[in-house]
Design a protein around this ligand. Structure first.
Ligand code: GLU
Length: 290
């Protein structure tokens, strides 16, 4: 089967060192497997979107020599598909409307207990939740092995469409990975936690599961994830070599001395030829250089 991987940034700011690590890791894993590598812009949350950042991200990927296959998929073009799946699930009672507030859920111990499952609510001011009848207790990560899900979280009927009308990340990511024929998801370790929920959606849909590889996460000096929200600086488009080398080293692939200062094509080629999952560090690391 043809390997299909992807990088799926949210357009909430420019590409920073942490997202370069995710882009590079998924790219190298795809190319080392003679696979396709797709880019998807996850623009399902307009309030958190930073204008111009989708184009800026694509421009940076290009400047780093991370060339994708096919055309970029924008999630805002997929709203009808998300809605139609939600309606199918509502009709066959695999999903239901819920009007519980955060406060009510907090008061019942912080976990949603299925209160609205047997109520007949309409769409107004409602979120939509999926019925979890067969909780996913664990999944396999290629690097980390078996990951056990928190058992309370695994049984929760989670939200697939928010009360404010926005589609939930878990729903959009699964429907699109299936739609794009993705066979393996490679991304930052901050997304290990929602993976169990995503696996349960594959089961609901009776879709062939994907494999997962979660990469070490870049942290800033305060121990927080480098992210667009906490204003991690953009990486330099004009001089990709140093950040590329640093990202490879972060992924446990130290470029040999005679390649120091090489151009992006030579660095990426070396990365593809020498890519080995066993070299990836498990632990998150602190990085402040970029
Ligand atoms: N859009 C998500 C993010 O930027 C990543 C989604 C994924 O790789 O599954 O954090």
């Amino acid at each position: 089967m043809q390997y299909v991987g992807r990088f799926a940034p949210s357009p909430s700011g420019p590409l920073h060192f942490g997202s370069l690590v995710a882009a590079l890791g998924s790219y190298l894993q795809a190319r080392a497997n003679q696979g396709h590598w797709l880019v998807r812009i996850e623009d399902i949350d307009p309030p958190r979107e930073v204008k111009g950042s989708a184009d800026a991200i694509l421009h940076t990927l290009d400047a780093y020599g991370l060339h994708w296959d096919d055309t970029v998929l924008y999630q805002h073009t997929r709203y009808d598909a998300y809605q139609s799946q939600i309606e199918t699930w509502l009709n066959d009672e695999n999903a239901y409307y819920c009007q519980c507030t955060r406060r009510q859920i907090k008061d019942s111990g912080g976990i949603y207990l299925g209160t609205c499952r047997h109520r007949t609510l309409n769409s107004e001011h409602s979120a939509v939740r999926i019925c979890i009848d067969n909780p996913v207790a664990e999944f396999i990560d290629i690097k980390h092995g078996t990951i056990q899900m928190d058992s309370t979280m695994a049984t929760e009927d989670f939200i697939i469409k928010r009360r404010d009308g926005l589609f939930a990340y878990n729903l959009a990511v699964v429907l699109d990975d299936i739609y794009q024929g993705v066979t393996e998801v490679v991304r930052g370790a901050d997304l290990i936690e929602p993976t169990g929920r995503q696996v349960s959606l594959y089961q609901k849909l009776d879709a062939s599961p994907v494999s997962y590889l979660h990469l070490p996460l870049a942290l800033n000096a305060d121990g927080n994830k480098l992210s667009k929200q906490n204003h991690a600086p953009a990486i330099d488009n004009a001089n990709p070599g140093p950040a590329l080398e640093a990202a490879m080293a972060f992924l446990g692939h130290h470029v040999p001395v005679d390649l120091h200062g090489a151009n992006r094509e030579e660095l990426l080629l070396w990365g593809i030829e020498n890519w080995q999952i066993r070299k990836l560090p498990i632990a998150t690391e602190v990085i402040t250089a970029f």
